[in-house]
Write a new protein. Sequence first.
Length: 306
Amino acid sequence: MRVGIDIGGTTTAAVLLRDDDSAAARVSLPSGHGPTAVLDVAVAAVAELCAVVGLQAVTAVGVGVPGTVDVELGRLHNAVNLGVAELDLAPRLSQRLGVPVRLENDVNAAAVGAHHALARAGTRPDSMAYLNLGTGLACGVVLDGQLWRGATGAAGEIGHVPVDPAGPWCTCGQRGCLETLCSGGAIARLWPAPDQPPPASLFAAAAAGDPAAMAVRDGVVRGVAAAVRLIALSLDVQVVTLGGGVSNVGGPLLTGVRAALTALATTSPFLASLGLPARVVLLDRPGEAGALGAALLAGRLDRARA
């Protein structure tokens, strides 16, 4: 049995998988801040999962984490939301747990989990992209059933493609990046909501007829549609799965994005021929993709070791 851990800026989610890749247990803990706390929470998550099912030990652990990841060395760099500048996360966690640990970027891990979830639901695409609409915006890519990182590990960083020369400055140092239009961070800037998640507040206000909310919502769904179009035109994947915190909005987000893609196609026979609206989907349980993918990657490590 293997564990997958998805370490986010506020919550660390973990899942214990059986041999048949079904979930035996799930736990969620507040994330730690700083290298020691991040490690402590990961160890605690594994211990809690084992306690739930009465297990003494697991065979391998996979970890999905934001920031720059050196997959070969298991080293994490620049995870700002976790308060980590540099951490040999996989080696140190492996030492504490006594099992192999595989480290992966969180969006890539979620892409693996999303691909697996689609397969279990009866759809097994050879190619797909997991579009993560979180604090930032990026996508994980699965081609021919395998995770694709690119030459330098930057594959899928479409959030930093500039689309508006007059737009706001992005954290990457460029101006008007796609991420500044439709990520969770962009929504929080455009529609502050101190009492609830800004995406939920925005879509609820728009549904109630608030003109200002409707204008912001429409800009957000157009931005997500632009991201889907970029993915489709560059990679031509069969499926684009929406994920990340913004995807918790659910049906209204999917409906809006599909409508925006349909509108784009009305002036372009080429886009119309691609059938983009039908290629965008939501998972039944999008919040679990990261931990699931990390556990599946841990399973591959365990089999390679055997």
